[in-house]
Design a protein around this ligand. Structure first.
Ligand code: ADP
Length: 509
């Protein structure tokens, strides 16, 4: 025991440092779930570890160093190489302390004061080194485990991380980001590589992100499309936060999420809703067939009678051309009305994607009333229409909104079947309230009970014998799609009021 503990400590640290330096780069993360340990790295780690351990053994044998510290050095070196676990190191440390003590007793070291102090110094050094090594190994393992969890979470959530500056070509990214952009994991990320994957139509948006970063904006959020070399389209959502500013450059850390699957699901849902809306629209058109036939028949009857009148004016001994021309004007006007009704019905029955345009809500309400006028009078209902939102424009798909209004009116007509004809009054009112245009369809029916109100807009909720229960549910999805809200209020016995509100649009083109 002729070496001081300080020298041992220094040498051990040096060996540990060299070992870490060697193996940090030679050995991949042992905790990464899903990432395969490279067998070449593992074998190389073992080979280098064993060579360095043999080297220490030879040097220590030549310099007649004690066995116990030598064994511990070698163990700690191999631990630094990530080849030994904490439990192996503790076992070896306990063994070394035992060996040291046995040699001390066997050599009768306790007879000499200097040997005893040397023994305790060495014991303290061994214990301290073991403790520090185990603690550092534990911290390193935890770090690796956390990193592995982070990588696993990134993989599962398809969210990668990215680091960039506004004015620099170089970037950093995680493996998952490389996967999202579909570059090999070893490729060094650059802004050019990122821009090469951005969809041509979103290039300006992407460049705006780097411009925002150059202006040191605290937070940047963007949704973009990527176009892969095989023409596949991906949708990504990125949120980046400014981390630190150094010498006028701000570093950003961002999270990039591949939202392609949810975007596709959203589109499929939208498509399914549009189709469902179409089916129910056609169904209600079928229910309205008699009323529609009547609506179309009216102008046709007018055309026939005006035609006959025109013939009579012309057949006179002295043809009255003025009266004949007036009759012809009436024929043209009635034909236009009939063609108008038919084109509205065709629009309602056509299957097409919603087309939103800025238009007057009151115009749409008037057109819808026209289609159900006969249905209303067939039920013996007196309509009271007060359209006061004339200047209020809404950004809507005309046909879809007509579907909502017709649905609300038909429901009101059905509800009033149980009350006396004299009490059947239908109120259709519109007005502008703050930044919304509101439409109300109110009836004098039996009303809706408080228990039923919360489930009114649920799919398949119906109290009618032949009801489907999809009408109000579709109304709500249409109004939601247009950024509005729909709700019902009712006092039992005094009727129900169904209202929807849509965002008011700016009148300036
Ligand atoms: P359906 O008409 O096929 O039943 P809806 O979704 O249009 O489907 O309506 C769901 C239910 O809401 C109706 O069955 C009825 O009970 C209730 N309801 C809707 N409008 C009114 C109303 N104006 N008055 C009373 N109940 C109504």
């Amino acid at each position: 025991m002729n070496r001081s503990a300080n020298t041992d400590n220094w040498r051990l640290r040096l060996q540990l440092g060299v070992g870490r330096l060697f193996f940090k780069h030679l050995r991949p993360n042992t905790f990464s779930p899903g990432t395969h340990q490279n067998p070449v790295f593992t074998s190389l780690g073992w080979v280098v570890g064993v060579i360095v351990a043999c080297g220490i053994f030879v040097i220590n044998s030549e310099t007649h160093t004690d066995w116990a510290p030598t064994i511990l050095y070698i163990t700690l070196l191999l631990m630094a190489a990530n080849l030994f676990s904490i439990s192996v190191v503790i076992t070896v440390a306990v063994f070394c302390i035992g060996l040291l003590t046995a040699l001390y007793v066997y050599n009768g070291g306790y007879h000499q004061w200097s040997s005893t102090t040397g023994y305790f110094r060495c014991l303290t050094a061994l214990s301290a080194i073991t403790f520090l090594a185990v603690r550092s190994k534990h911290a390193a393992d935890c770090l690796r485990q956390n990193e592995a969890y982070l990588l696993g979470a990134q993989r599962l959530s398809q969210t990668g991380s990215i680091g960039f500056h506004g004015d620099s070509e170089t970037m950093t990214w995680s493996d998952e980001s490389a996967r999202i952009f579909e570059y090999p994991l070893h490729v060094t990320p650059t802004t050019s590589l990122v821009l090469a994957r951005i969809h041509p139509e979103d290039q300006l948006l992407a460049r705006a992100v780097f411009a925002q970063a150059a202006r040191h904006q605290p937070q940047i959020e963007i949704k973009l499309r990527l176009r892969m070399p095989d023409e596949r389209i991906k949708h990504i959502h990125m949120i980046a936060t400014a981390l630190s500013s150094h010498q006028g450059r701000t570093e950003y850390l961002g999270a990039i999420m591949d939202v392609t699957a949810s975007k596709q699901a959203e589109e499929a849902l939208f498509h399914a809703r549009t189709q469902l809306a179409h089916v129910t629209r056609v169904t209600s058109l079928g229910e309205l067939a008699a009323s529609i036939a009547h609506e179309v028949n009216q102008p046709l009857t007018a055309i026939t009678s005006s035609g006959e009148a025109c013939r009579r004016w012309l057949e006179r001994p002295q043809p009255d051309l003025k009266e004949a021309l007036d009759s012809l004007d009436r024929i043209v006007a009635s034909a236009c009305r009939a063609s108008d009704i038919i084109s509205r019905i065709r629009a309602m029955s056509r299957k097409c994607d919603p087309l939103r345009q800025r238009q007057s809500l009151d115009d749409i309400v008037s057109e819808s009333l026209c289609l159900v006028r006969q249905e209303i009078s067939h039920h013996g209902i007196s309509p009271k229409v007060e359209l006061a939102a004339g200047a209020g424009l809404v950004n809507v798909d005309r046909v879809q909104l007509q579907q909502v209004i017709i649905n609300l009116i038909i429901n009101a007509c059905h509800a009033m079947e149980v009350v006396g004809v004299g009490q059947r009054i239908l109120h259709v009112r519109s007005w502008i309230s703050a930044d919304e245009v509101v439409l109300e369809v109110a009836d004098q029916g039996p009303g809706i009970s408080a228990e039923v109100l919360p489930s009114l807009f649920n799919p398949f909720f119906t109290t009618k014998e032949k009801g489907l229960g999809m009408g109000l549910s579709i109304c709500r999805s249409i109004i939601d799609f247009h950024g509005g809200r729909i709700w019902a209020t009712s006092t039992v016995g005094q009727g129900a009021s169904l209202r929807f509100a849509l965002p008011l649009q700016d009148a300036t083109p």
